[in-house]
Design a protein around this ligand. Sequence first.
Ligand SMILES: C[S@@+](CC[C@H](N)C(=O)[O-])C[C@H]1O[C@@H](n2cnc3c(N)ncnc32)[C@H](O)[C@@H]1O
Length: 261
Amino acid sequence: MKIESNEESAGACGRAGTAKYDRIGVGYREVRRPDPRLAALIADALGDARTVVNVGAGAGSYEPEGLEVTAVDPSRVMLDQHPGARKVRAGAEELPFPDGAFDAAMAVMTVHHWPDPARGLAELRRVSRRQAVFTWDPEHATELWLFEEYLPEAGKRDRSAFTPLSVVTGELDAHTVVPFPVPHDFTDGFRAAFWRRPESYLDPVVRAASSTLASLPASVVEPAIARLREDLRSGAWQRRHADLLDRESVDYGYRLVLAGS
Ligand SMILES: C[S@@+](CC[C@H](N)C(=O)[O-])C[C@H]1O[C@@H](n2cnc3c(N)ncnc32)[C@H](O)[C@@H]1O
């Protein structure tokens, strides 16, 4: 494998992730705006594909224009925010398509929500010739300060909840893994997006669009955010993280996994 250098028809398998996104998915598009740099990487990975299935499509982020895209997601709230014409409510583990139905399959920041990632990834391979999966590697060494210093319980929980990169690459029989260091002005508000804009995490709308932060009880989040607010006010955060303030990007373990042909 090459490591490139340079992040109620749904069926039983979809139900846990469905319920979560039916609850937290409202207003998703406001904070989770697709970033053009990641979009370019994914478009490049899809190459000359004409038909694409986007599994765990949500609101349709990163679907390249000009391709025939079928969006699949078990959450009605998420599919309602998807602007496309071809939308199917289903879980990754039981894709309602024949073998080889698509030139390519894409899946962006979704595998960790699937109750059975191995089965979902096998389904991606079954229905498409090429696969591009963007995910976070829970075994990556560098952790975001938010989870090291303010919400260690959440950091620990994510590390056990996210699918290990070795499972994603193994199930897909991947040939390439492309690291995606997160730019300081990244527009898609997932987990580590605001590493150089700490004040963003004070915003409840930003926290609501991250499944990690939205899933935590207020009794855990509120005191942690109050400490962050105070550290920003006093300058303690800036003193502790002076090394981050002039960095353009940081590798927090986001990876694009490529498989097939
Ligand atoms: C973080 S969102 C990512 C959405 C979109 N791919 C993006 O990049 O914005 C995760 C998505 O996975 C979906 N999901 C949850 N369980 C799923 C399953 N079993 N199969 C497919 N998608 C699932 C959720 O409904 C949600 O839309």
